[in-house]
Design a protein around this ligand. Structure first.
Ligand code: HEC
Length: 101
């Protein structure tokens, strides 16, 4: 019985990992304000996707790059980056690595 729940959970996670859900996650975390609007000098999603494409197929890349983003070490100190939860950051980074569609 426990196994069934585990399977259901995996399926759910898989569904919620779809790009639509990731866009919503980005939206909820305020990412769209800067990265989907060219008024600010934040790189737009397709540009980020190209930059992070090289991490495709590297299992831990999303987490590692996400940590860098969160800690604000690589980039200017941007609040929206820093207040992300580790889980959300990894998911969003994976979305970007996969093409940010
Ligand atoms: C206040 C505006 C702003 C918001 C909101 C914002 N960003 Fe950014 N982000 C920037 C800017 C500006 C840069 C570029 C920083 C630099 O190059 O020094 C950046 C850089 C990045 C980078 C790295 C780009 C690189 O050079 O590798 C990623 C990834 C990223 N943002 C993801 C996100 C995500 C995910 C969110 C939502 C939680 C988000 N950003 C919200 C402004 C913002």
């Amino acid at each position: 019985m426990k196994n069934r729940y585990a399977i259901a959970l995996v399926v759910l996670l898989f569904i919620s990992g779809s790009s639509q859900a990731n866009r919503q996650l980005a939206s909820r975390n305020g990412c769209m304000g800067c990265h989907a609007d060219t008024e600010f000098d934040a790189p737009p999603w397709p540009e980020l996707a190209m930059k992070y494409e090289k991490y495709q197929g590297q299992p831990d890349a999303a987490r590692i790059q996400g940590e860098k983003l969160r800690k604000g070490k690589l980039f200017k100190n941007i609040k929206a980056h820093q207040k992300l939860s580790p889980t959300n950051t990894t998911q969003l980074m994976q979305w970007i690595i996969d093409g940010a569609n």
